[in-house]
Design a protein around this ligand. Structure first.
Ligand SMILES: Cc1cc2nc3c(=O)[nH]c(=O)nc-3n(C[C@H](O)[C@H](O)[C@H](O)COP(=O)(O)OP(=O)(O)OC[C@H]3O[C@@H](n4cnc5c(N)ncnc54)[C@H](O)[C@@H]3O)c2cc1C
Ligand SMILES: Cc1cc2nc3c(=O)[nH]c(=O)nc-3n(C[C@H](O)[C@H](O)[C@H](O)COP(=O)(O)O)c2cc1C
Ligand code: SF4
Length: 668
């Protein structure tokens, strides 16, 4: 498919944008004093140069009460000058239009920063922090509206082309909109007309201060996905009124942080929430942006062609690859670093209070210090292992001008990532392999698959650098009964090596691998999405009967772990949804349960109370992995520098493997 719609210009009010690609606001935690730090500026500079049409910086704090200092602020005039220098620079060096998102976090703010409790329409605790906000008085309402107005004025003076008022995601304006968080009995609470009042007053006042010609939009939740909250219908009602109040565009995202269905994780199918943008676009006349999981350029182009939206948002896709728009426009598709929606480096970091980074792009947040420069001396480099660590090293070393050969003992590259991708809802992880392989090929790395790199080869060929990136293997345990034929390893299950899996399955180990293997086994008998759609489309059977097929594992599956927290090593944004899926599939999770013995038809365990026998036809071991670094130990000669990276150094995650590969390749 040709990318035509993606690169059509669009005009919002008087602002003409060169293409249909929006980088939406993303909190980055790159500052600690409300300022635009150098790190923050370097991050955006790179994205503006990458070809995005409209880049919405921020969010920025409109007041101190509603935002922590690790978010830039616009609540004092002193911020205008330094920001103006930056927007002037962006306008001079690029043709990206630069917007800013104005935010008041409401009950999601925390008293630990400004030292006073957060404010909200009603005193209802934040489900995230547990903190109870102070119910806003009439004076507070006036004060916050004025804060929006002053922040909007400062944004204009600071040289921004576009202002977005955040009304989505359960932040202050969203809290006024929803009956779940707004229990007021004055004219700001009660029926929807009253609940919309605060947001609409903010919009009208901001419009007044920026004037009629300035481009201004809002961001809304297309559906809160909260019990008792707004659906797409109420959201559209607000958008209709917001248009009348003066907004020129509407950015439609998904639900709130506490939504009961996943919003941006890997298991959300690309384009899943496009229907929300369409629902609003049908009701308004201004341009509508669609958001969430539209990073695949084909999905984005189709979304625009479908007429569901006028612009598409690429948030994390531009973290993973700042140059994505340029690459798509110039047909350099093989060079794309595709975001896999893992959230590990970005959203999970944010939720834990850390700076945002990216699993696949080790430069995120380090743009100024990690330029890939040519090496002074060209070296002969051997990389042993084609997992993410070895591939990233090989790629960057080659880009720096070295002569690089990568050896992979298996036929396919990717190492353990192939196992990760086997889990239900994680097949997009294969893009990690595809992208690294493509980029290695384009840059000219010599790839030798089905070739084990041995110490003998190293001794004979005497490379300047040997990179040991040989990964890990499963840990073996020694318990009575472990050698029986019905005891298998999780890696073999995920690899498709085990053809007979019994009806009663016990998995030993409840971390990510154990839980995901349980989900894999549970899903073996479930129709794939295409079959499900086919059955529903033709009303082949009663809806509930078809739906039940989705949850029918056809097996009794139990996961045991000695620890209290199952899936404890899974990121915050993903863990709840994994646990939810396991429950839906009827998988029994047994924390604080210790393996004692495996018999021919049961697993004997020790709970805190008693010894117990759990019937089992198949027992799957998933208790972690240990490094494979034999090569590093075997090579004994001074001429070759030996570098060990990734799981071969210590079993961890793809993030560590990629970052280590990148960082070490910058040093050779
Ligand atoms: C089931 C499962 C789920 C996981 N889920 C996640 C997740 O959700 N997120 C995450 O970040 N991480 C996850 N991980 C961990 C992640 O996959 C690893 O940390 C990562 O793959 C390590 O990368 P690596 O390149 O160091 O090693 P590997 O991926 O193990 O790659 C090593 C490669 O080296 C090859 N090799 C070994 N010896 C030689 C030799 N002598 N010559 C040539 N080739 C050799 C191997 O065949 C292999 O392909 C998961 C792991 C598993 C098993
Ligand atoms: C680290 C991170 C921070 C975010 N912060 C904000 C925010 O402050 N305001 C906002 O409207 N959306 C925020 N979002 C949501 C994104 O703007 C975007 O809607 C979301 O990432 C889904 O789009 P994507 O699949 O293109 O990434 C954030 C997302 C991430 C990953
Ligand atoms: S960390 Fe994962 S989800 Fe976040 S931008 Fe990178 S690849 Fe995408």
């Amino acid at each position: 498919m040709k990318f035509i719609k993606l690169f059509e210009p669009i005009t919002i009010n008087h602002l003409t944008i060169k293409n249909r690609i929006v980088m939406p606001a993303m909190a980055l935690v790159y500052t600690d004093n409300y300022s635009f730090s150098n790190r923050f500026k370097a991050f955006y500079r790179e994205r503006a140069k990458g070809g995005v049409g409209l880049m919405i910086i921020g969010p920025v704090a409109i007041d101190r009460v509603g935002s922590p200092p690790f978010m830039p602020g616009l609540f004092e005039d002193k911020y205008i000058g330094p920001i103006r220098e930056f927007t002037d620079e962006l306008h001079k060096d690029t043709d990206a239009k630069v917007g800013i998102q104005l935010m008041q976090m409401g009950r999601f703010a925390s008293s630990s920063y400004p030292g006073v409790p957060p404010i909200a329409p009603s005193a209802i605790a934040s489900p995230i922090s547990g903190e109870v906000p102070r119910e806003m008085t009439r004076d507070d309402i006036e004060e916050v509206k004025e804060a929006y107005v002053q922040a909007a004025r400062r944004a204009m003076e600071a040289g921004f082309d576009y202002i977005e008022v955040l009304a989505a995601g359960g932040y202050l304006i969203g809290e006024f909109l929803s009956p779940v968080t707004n229990h007021r009995i004055d004219e700001y609470g009660g029926p929807i007309e009253n609940r919309m009042r605060f947001g609409l007053e903010v919009i009208r006042k901001v419009r007044q201060v920026v004037g009629k010609d300035f481009a201004m939009g809002i961001r809304v939740s297309g559906h809160d996905f909260i019990e008792g909250g707004h659906t797409n219908m109420e959201s559209a009602l607000f958008c209709i009124e917001a248009e009348k109040a003066g907004v020129n565009s509407i950015n439609v995202t998904g639900g709130w942080h506490e939504s009961y269905i996943p919003q941006i994780t890997t298991n959300v199918p690309p384009g899943a929430f496009l229907y929300l943008a369409r629902g609003i676009k049908e009701k308004v006349g201004v341009p509508v942006f669609a958001s969430n999981r539209l990073g695949d350029p084909l999905v984005a182009e189709r979304a625009l062609r479908s007429g569901a939206a006028d612009m598409i948002c690429w948030g994390r896709p531009l973290l993973a690859d700042p140059e994505l728009p340029k690459k798509v426009e110039r047909g350099r598709l093989g060079e794309i670093v595709s975001c896999i929606a893992c959230n590990q480096g970005c959203f999970d970091q944010l939720l834990s209070g850390f700076s945002v980074c990216c699993v696949l792009n080790p430069r995120v947040g380090r743009e100024a210090d990690t330029e890939i420069k040519k090496a002074r001396v060209k070296k002969k480099v051997f990389v042993g292992g084609g997992g993410p660590a070895g591939m990233e090293f090989a790629l960057v070393a080659k880009q720096r001008g070295h002569n690089v050969t990568l050896y992979e003992k298996e036929e396919r590259l990717g190492g353990q990532v192939n196992l990760v991708a086997a889990s239900p809802g994680k097949k997009e992880f294969l893009n990690v392999v595809k992208s690294l392989k493509n980029r290695m090929e384009i840059s000219g790395v010599k790839i030798k698959s089905k070739t084990t790199l041995t110490s003998k080869m190293v001794e004979e060929e005497r490379p300047d650098v040997l990179v040991v990136a040989s990964g890990a293997r499963p840990i073996e345990i020694n318990v009575p009964g472990i050698t029986q034929p019905h005891v298998v390893n999780a890696w073999d299950i995920l690899n498709g090596m085990v053809s007979d899996i019994g009806k009663r399955v016990v998995i030993i180990g409840g971390s990510a691998t154990g839980c995901e293997t349980a989900l894999f086994v549970a899903n073996l008998g479930v129709p794939d999405p295409e079959i499900f759609t086919f059955l529903l489309y033709h009303s082949a059977d009663d809806f509930d009967r078809v739906r039940k097929l989705l949850y029918s594992a056809g097996r009794k599956i139990t996961v045991i772990d000695i620890l209290e927290r199952m899936a404890g090593n899974v990121g915050i944004s993903t863990r709840w949804s994994l646990i939810k899926s396991l429950r839906l599939m009827g998988v029994k999770l047994r924390p604080k349960t210790k393996l004692v013995e495996i018999t021919k038809d049961a697993v004997i365990v020790d709970t805190e109370l008693e010894k117990e026998s759990i019937p089992a036809d198949t027992v799957i071991i998933a208790i972690g992995s240990r490094s494979v670094d034999d090569l590093a130990k075997e090579v004994k000669q001074d001429r070759t520098e030996v570098i060990t990276i990734g799981d071969a150094k210590e079993p961890r995650k793809i993030t560590d493997a990629v970052r280590e590969g990148f960082d070490m390749a910058l040093r050779v």
